[in-house]
Design a protein around this ligand. Structure first.
Ligand code: FNR
Length: 363
């Protein structure tokens, strides 16, 4: 269908399932084990409701904001996800171009299927990108990559820590296909065994990561560091102690540890138990964000921005760059609508009193 016929982010998922190759659909959609966390990421948002305020002159306003010092037109960014070429021959290039047109921040995956140089060159003036890294078992290889990343001056670096160990990505394992010629920067030799895509591209990642690795990264990188995949208040505190600028509460879209909690629940727990932490580090969340209301809830509870994963890959697969732009425009419109109808004209007016668990609440 024409891209204008897509009205919700979910529409891209439905069409993605129909038109993507079996390998691409299985890899993109897959989640760990029995997929409880994957399902919970979405379901959890239904437990939080908004408390709109009225009579607040909402005729004009803006969604501009910033996180870890990065300016953006809208409080969502594109979470780094591997292998966009499985869905469309131009791969991540479509995402870079769409983000450039709309003034949005793209997270580029360590396992992107386009080269980092190619994507950096495709940026428009002033366009900000975040580079995501996995550390290699071979630290010499990681050092070389970090030196290259430092030279390219990303606006931030995301260190992904929620795939400490492999997981079984059920649909992907069932599909059993091997990608060819996909990983431009980590240039890892690929196994020829019949693996799922996840297993085939992730083999180089270190399973002995520790808090010392944050220092290792900081030695090479001057940009702000965001730790991606934080799943408890204790680890937010440790990230503050480690001196990083941001945490992304995430469970990798339910792809890593099944029964890890939904990020919106951790955010709410932090808001209730340790609200002071929000003054010491920028907190972001991703996982299951599919509507503008989801974004507004997270921001009201204290997130600086949120990340979108699968909808971008699905839209890239169904409609290429136009699809990615449409996803972002739909979300942007929904965010504006929800904000205004909640009584907020700018991001700083979204406050904790505007969001809480279902049912009557005090606060
Ligand atoms: C991911 N994600 C991910 N994260 C990361 O840090 N590096 C990566 O290479 C990838 N690759 C990847 C591939 C695919 C197909 C998916 C679906 C996800 C996780 C991603 O950044 C993000 O955390 C989740 O996708 C967010 O959940 P939703 O929005 O997909 O529900």
């Amino acid at each position: 269908p024409p891209v204008d016929a897509m009205v919700l982010l979910q529409d891209f998922e439905e069409w993605g399932e129909r038109v993507l190759t079996g390998t691409a659909w299985a890899y993109y959609r897959s989640a760990a084990d029995s997929e409880n966390t994957f399902t919970e990421n979405r379901d959890a948002f239904r437990r939080y409701w908004l408390r709109p305020r009225i009579l607040r002159k909402v005729g004009s306003g803006s969604t501009r904001t910033s996180f870890v010092g990065i300016e953006t037109e809208s409080p969502f960014f594109i979470s780094p996800a591997a292998m966009a070429k499985l869905g469309h021959p131009l791969g991540e290039l479509n995402i870079t171009r769409a983000a450039g047109r709309l003034g949005l921040v793209q997270g580029i995956s360590a396992n992107a299927s386009c080269g980092l140089d190619e994507l950096m060159e495709a940026r428009v003036d002033g366009q900000k990108v975040i580079y995501q890294i996995y550390l290699n078992k071979d630290r010499k290889a990681s050092e070389a990559l970090l030196r290259k990343v430092e030279q390219l001056k990303p606006a931030a670096v995301m260190f992904t820590v929620d795939v400490a160990w492999q997981s079984k990505r059920t649909l992907d394992v069932r599909a059993k296909h091997i990608p060819v010629d996909v990983n431009a920067d980590t240039s890892t030799p690929r196994s020829k065994a019949p693996l799922g895509v996840s297993e085939a591209i992730g083999g180089y990642q270190d399973s002995n990561l520790s808090w010392d690795d944050i220092d290792f990264i900081r030695k090479h990188i001057s940009a702000p560091i965001i730790v991606k995949g934080v799943q408890s208040i204790q680890d937010v505190e440790m990230c503050i102690q480690a001196g990083v600028q941001g945490v992304l509460l995430s469970n990798h879209g339910g792809r890593s540890c099944d029964y890890a909690p939904a990020p919106i629940d951790i955010l709410y727990e932090m808001r209730c138990l340790q609200p002071d932490l929000f003054n010491h580090i920028d907190v972001m969340i991703d996982g299951g964000i599919r509507t503008g209301a989801d974004v507004v809830k997270a921001l009201a509870l204290g997130a600086k921005a949120v990340g979108i994963g699968r909808p971008i890959l699905y839209a890239n697969g169904t409609h290429g760059q136009e699809g990615v732009e449409r996803v972002c425009e739909i979300l942007q419109e929904e965010i504006t609508n929800t904000m205004r109808n909640t009584g907020a004209t700018k991001i700083s007016e979204l406050v904790p009193e505007m969001c809480g668990p279902a049912g009557p609440w005090v606060g």
